[in-house]
Write a protein that binds this ligand. Structure first.
Ligand code: GAR
Length: 216
């Protein structure tokens, strides 16, 4: 069992996937706290419905980024957080936060990094004319959307795709690879050596998801 803290900024569909996977008994994790940096996030409504503890910590309440990050870290530590999950959290975290949870902050990004980092990754893929894209769960370091990769899922990009249709196709895999990754942490199977992450006992060499999904 791993105790997680989840940071969100908006819709919260990845948070919902985590909540549902726990409820279905597939994911052995407990959500200690959800923090939103946006008081209007739909994710907060999902927390209320599911009875998950949540709070709002907004950047504008602090004079410096360091103070904001310290508040986030203190709140998460206060709930015994072992793993921090960025699930649609649209801010870049700096060393003040990351040093509180070394190699224990993960992020979901809607592209096959290092392609299409930053905002509107799905729109970038469509406009670039890429023929495949996907999503990645990675360890967060001080780079932006470029930390060590844990798992990636590949989806096709079709000629008729819009950013919205591609986003939907990618999202269906986001909702599987993020809970799967948390489960691997819960089982103590994630080994990070420099840029290389290996999930002990996982089946590699399968597509569209590498390493292969297990229960998700
Ligand atoms: C997801 O597509 C996630 O991959 C993306 O924001 C969306 C949040 O959706 N994150 C990033 O682009 C981070 N760079 P959700 O709020 O419904 O989970």
């Amino acid at each position: 069992m791993v105790r997680i803290g989840v940071l969100v900024s908006g819709r919260g569909s990845n948070l919902q996937a985590i909540i549902d996977s726990i409820k279905e008994g597939k994911l052995e994790a407990e959500i200690g706290l959800v923090i939103s940096d946006n008081r209007n996030a739909t994710a907060l409504e999902r927390c209320r419905k599911a009875g998950v503890d949540h709070t709002v910590i907004e950047r504008r309440s602090f004079s410096s980024k360091a103070d904001f990050e310290r508040s986030l870290a203190d709140s998460l530590k206060g709930r015994g957080t072992q793993l921090v999950v960025l699930a649609g959290f649209m801010r870049i975290l700096g060393p003040d936060f990351l040093s509180s949870f070394p190699q224990r902050v993960i992020n979901i990004h809607p592209s096959l990094i290092p392609a299409f980092q930053g905002l509107e990754a799905q729109k970038q893929a469509v406009e670039f004319g890429a023929k495949v894209s996907g999503c990645t769960v990675h360890i967060v370091d001080e780079s932006v959307d470029a930390g060590p990769v844990i798992i990636q899922a590949v989806v096709p990009v079709k000629p008729e795709d819009t950013p919205e249709t591609l986003s939907d196709r990618i999202l269906s895999y986001e909702h599987r690879i993020l809970p799967q990754t948390i489960q691997w942490f819960s089982e103590g199977r994630v080994q990070v050596e420099g840029r290389k992450v290996v999930v002990k006992g996982a089946k590699y060499g399968t597509l569209p998801v590498n390493p292969a999904l297990e229960k998700f």
